[in-house]
Write a protein of this length. Structure first.
Length: 192
């Protein structure tokens, strides 16, 4: 039986204004992208599922290096379609001490606005964006879903691409991303 192909990623480009959103975090508090406008660059990370092996490993990697990423000019938010209660349990179980945002209802609306929602799986694709202080997308990567033995080789290729792009992140008006933001992107290692 053949599965229908997932739709292509929507056309959001570096230089486009990032779609604004307000989502609840694992504590039930509203977090809006626009609240950071004018003060912080934001790394927005979409991941498929809380408690899954790959996502747990990735978020643990962020947790372990969080002090390097959260600065006066950089914030990290991670988004999935899991309900707030699942995110709270996952954050407590794995010590995840950064904003885990729930795109649960309307189901996947923010993921769809960013063009990363996979309707066949009901979750976002693994994707990352850096949004500058002016709310403009300055870097983006969409990781393919890997299956089988080729996944590690493809994963290493995507990771090398991320590291290369991370070293070239321009922010608005001739500024470049902070060293902390570049370190963050270098560390966002794809494990599957």
């Amino acid at each position: 039986m053949t599965q229908p192909a997932a739709p292509a990623v929507a056309e959001l480009f570096v230089g486009d204004r990032a779609p604004d959103f307000t989502l609840r975090d694992q504590f039930g508090q509203d977090v809006s992208l626009s609240n950071f406008r004018g003060s912080k660059a934001v790394a927005v990370l979409f991941y498929p599922f809380a408690f899954s092996g790959v996502c747990t490993g990735e978020m643990a990697g962020i947790r372990d290096r969080l002090a390097e990423f959260l600065t006066f000019d950089t914030e990290v938010v991670a988004i999935s379609c899991d309900p707030v209660y699942a995110l709270r349990g996952w954050a407590e179980a794995d010590g995840l001490n950064f904003a885990l945002l729930s795109d649960f209802w309307p189901h996947g609306a923010v993921s769809q606005a960013y063009g990363v929602f996979d309707p066949t799986k009901g979750c976002p694709r693994r994707s990352s964006y850096v949004i500058d202080r002016d709310g403009v997308i300055r870097w983006a990567v969409h990781n393919p879903s890997f299956a089988g033995a080729r996944s590690r080789r493809a994963s290493a290729s995507v990771t090398r691409t991320r590291v290369t792009l991370a070293r070239r992140i321009p922010l608005s008006k001739g500024r470049w991303a902070s060293a902390a933001c570049r370190k963050f992107l270098d560390s966002w290692d794809l494990k599957s």
